[in-house]
Design a protein around this ligand. Structure first.
Ligand code: PGA
Length: 258
């Protein structure tokens, strides 16, 4: 059975003391629950890079995993401002978002660059959370499936999927807009992704790959999304910034899947 993943993407938010307060409250809430509740549920927080060490200090004492928000396509060297996958590995950062639509849009990231980043992460035993999704224009032009398949083909080129890659379907028009995909719209694309994985890599990989939905996910719409057979969890932006809301979303996932 695939585990459920509830992942928070803080983007560029919070100061150090706000981050610290958040982790105190979150880890207290997680540690109050019986450990076996987390056998099938993984909670991940992806804070800005400057807070990662703080975050991993908290995560060693609780059922919490930590992820980066982006990674360099290079291994090391003269790349000012960049962070390598090896650096993440060296401070127990186990996950990293890659190919987020904001990186694609504001930093012109291409599928081939994203492919290189995924390779660096896998070489350094950091699990990629690989984001794909169509724009509103692409959806209106009825090319959603073509866009998704092309992002998968190019982003995962030469990757054998023997090491875990989490895939997050995030329709660009639903990110930070309050417009959420309906459970049926999300399920349709998740099923398409799983069918593609089956065709490309076979049944076992298709059945074991975790597929997250992202885009204005919040307590009010989470349950119906998680009930869909091919949606294994969420990549949550805005709603992951507030302790009460994020903790409520963890509780909803636990009730359904824990
Ligand atoms: P949102 O962001 O939940 O604020 O829409 C999701 C994401 O960008 O990962």
């Amino acid at each position: 059975m695939r585990r459920t993943v509830i992942a928070g993407n803080w983007k560029m938010n919070k100061t150090f003391s706000e981050a610290e307060d958040f982790f105190i409250s979150l880890t207290d809430a997680l540690n109050e629950k019986p450990e076996d509740e987390f056998d099938n549920l993984e909670v991940i927080v992806c804070p800005p890079a400057v807070f990662l060490e703080l975050a991993t200090d908290f995560s060693v004492e609780s059922p919490l995993s930590i992820g980066g928000q982006d990674v360099s396509a290079e291994n090391q060297g003269a790349f000012t401002g960049e962070i390598s996958a090896d650096m993440y590995n060296s401070i127990q950062v186990d996950y990293c978002i890659v190919g987020h639509s904001e990186r694609r849009k504001y930093h012109s990231e291409s599928d081939s660059l994203i492919n290189m980043k995924i390779k660096r992460l896998l070489e350094n035993e950091v699990t990629p959370i690989f984001c794909i999704g169509e724009t509103l224009e692409q959806r209106e032009n009825d090319i959603t499936k073509e866009v998704i398949i092309s992002q998968l083909e190019n982003g995962l080129a030469d990757i054998n999927m023997e090491d875990e890659v989490i895939i997050a379907y995030e329709p660009v028009w639903a990110i930070g807009t309050g417009k959420v995909a309906t459970p049926e719209q999300a399920q349709e694309i998740h099923q398409e992704i799983r069918n593609w994985l089956n065709y490309k890599y076979g049944k076992e990989i298709a059945e074991n790959t975790i597929l997250l939905y992202g885009g204005s996910m919040k307590p009010a719409n989470e349950l119906e999304l998680l009930k869909q057979p091919d949606i294994d969890g969420g990549l949550i932006g805005g709603a992951s910034l507030v302790n009460d809301t994020f903790e409520e979303m963890i509780d909803i996932a636990l009730q359904l899947r824990g």
